[in-house]
Ligand binder design. Structure first.
Ligand SMILES: Nc1ncnc2c1ncn2[C@@H]1O[C@H](COP(=O)(O)OP(=O)(O)OP(=O)(O)O)[C@@H](O)[C@H]1O
Length: 248
């Protein structure tokens, strides 16, 4: 029996996360197909990171279920680790290890990783191979954390705030790296509209712990009858996408 529907890389259903009285995620379902680049876009505090931490098995949902390539990230931890690469927003890496040592450590978690030099070259850190993590600049740490998420050639990659804090040239280089990942499934958590518009096949707009719209960037603009994703967000949520807050 032939089937043409691509399998789901991520199938998250009705995720809820409550912290005491605060509901950070309020019933989010996400289906990402194998090979897609999927954007999760929303303002600061919308619930993006919490959602993806639940998807990755790093935070237990109050309610809801997650499957990554059919595996449960809480009960099938070892198998999920082999197929999933995650770049966390605040890389919490060992300051005393060098860039090369960290890449080698992450390589050891996966059955068929990239070559160490290739992983460092991908984010242009060859010259920093012997520098300890604690002595890298913020942008270099960020780029190293991307290399660590990709070094295992995981089938599914979650990247949180891919290029926040990088200069325009470094952003373009990181984009080119992501564009080269044709077979992998990528989820980009972002509040950078240009990045999402350029890289993502489909996007979910998240506001106050819920998905307010999803589709291709073109669908979302057409749905809101506007020319930019930023205007689409405003039309669909009634809120300005960019607003003043202390941690931007
Ligand atoms: N451990 C926690 N305890 C209590 N509240 C939390 C906790 N973690 C997150 N929150 C709250 O949950 C909400 C969603 O946070 P989350 O970090 O998921 O948002 P985000 O969309 O990723 O934002 P940002 O872009 O700023 O990272 C926020 O209001 C946040 O303050």
């Amino acid at each position: 029996m032939a089937t043409t529907t691509p399998p789901l890389a991520i199938d998250a259903r009705h995720l809820v996360k409550r912290y005491k009285s605060k509901t950070a995620v309020d019933g989010i379902s996400l289906q990402v197909r194998v090979g897609e680049t999927f954007g999760v876009l929303g303002r600061n505090g919308a619930g993006k990171t919490t959602t993806m931490e639940m998807v990755a098995g790093l935070r237990r949902p109050t309610k809801g279920s997650v499957r990554i390539l059919g595996l449960d990230p809480f009960t099938d931890r070892a198998e999920v680790r082999q197929v999933l690469g995650v770049q966390l927003q605040q890389a919490n890496l060992h300051d005393a290890l060098t860039a090369r040592e960290l890449v080698n450590l992450y390589r050891s978690f996966y059955p068929d990783p990239l070559d160490t030099d290739r992983a460092l070259a991908m984010v242009e850190l060859q010259e920093k191979a012997k520098t300890r993590f604690g002595n890298l600049s913020g942008g270099q740490m960020q780029r190293l954390s991307i290399a660590l998420a990709l070094v295992g050639r995981p089938r599914v990659v979650i990247l949180d705030e891919l290029t926040t804090g990088l200069d325009p040239k470094a952003r373009r280089r990181v984009w080119a790296t992501i564009e080269s990942l044709r077979e992998q499934t990528v989820v980009l958590v972002s509040h950078a509209m240009d990045e999402v518009e350029r890289l993502c096949d489909r996007v979910a707009l998240i506001d106050a712990g819920r998905i307010i719209a999803q589709g291709t960037p073109d669908d979302l603009k057409a749905q809101a009858r506007v020319a930019t994703l930023e205007d689409a967000f405003f039309q669909l949520s009634g809120k300005e996408f960019h607003h003043d807050h202390e941690d931007d």
